[in-house]
Design a protein. Sequence first.
Length: 313
Amino acid sequence: MNPTQIIIDTDPGVDDALTILLALASPEIQIEALTTVHGNIGIEKTTRNALAMLEFANASHIPVARGCSLPLVSPLNKSGDIVHGASGIGKAVLPEPKSKPISQHAIDYLIERILAAPQEITLFTIGPMTNLALAIRKEPRIAEALKGLVIMGGAIRSGGNITPLAEFNIHADPHAVHIVFHSGIPITLIPLDVTYKCLLTTADVERLNRIDSPVARFVRDATAVYMDFYKKYEGFDGCPLHDPLTLATIIAPELLTLEEHYVDVDISGGISTGKTFADFMKVSKQPANIKVALDVRGRDFIELFIERMEKLA
Ligand code: BDR
Ligand code: CA
């Protein structure tokens, strides 16, 4: 079978960086491009990290298109460096990339690439959804041309990780999410409900580093600050592999339990702004618009992740 062609819209970001590595290690996937966005850190650094990651993995033939530096309406969230470190990739140090982003803006790249290959591209958004929302507004036909959209974001039954109710990627640009959720694109949502069941532990990282390699060292150094954050603020050992879990929809769909529901986001401006909710009891009478992951065999996913990193190493 031909590999699934994907574009990753990303804000690297520790777990974004691990997603890029996992995608490159997966024969089921062909990365067509990375598009960058503000999020875990500013757009300069997310773009730099995207280019540096591709060079690190000998994949600098993959184009990177730089995207939006600001959300649609909300103020820019600047809290990401506590979680991801000042560089965005923890304690990992990657050389300044030699490659440059393409001249086209991410919004225009997405429109052109998706329309050129109707029903072929699956988009993964693993940061705030500003680029995709503006691409939909500029060229609504991309909604029908996309094969699918997989989103890391939201907290359905789970609490939030940036407010008590909201998840970071959604809260960072909830108005963009509103546009995307109502666009008609076939969406699969990977919320905190499942990502918190996929914990990469310090023992896993040590195991991976039993054989010394640049990839093993990168995983160790990149996750160091991230793990300190979860230990200090949330009280557990390890870190959730939020963004990498989106790729399970292609490489191990049997690990996920998906349900179709009407899902929406609160943009009312109150305390629950950015909260994603599913209409489990069908009170809104709205048709289902999203397949949402509500359970996962988390440990199996972590084992798969480690296996693939070993292969890459
Ligand atoms: C999401 O927020 C970011 O910190 C991560 O990269 C992930 O995309 C998790 O809430
Ligand atoms: Ca991310």
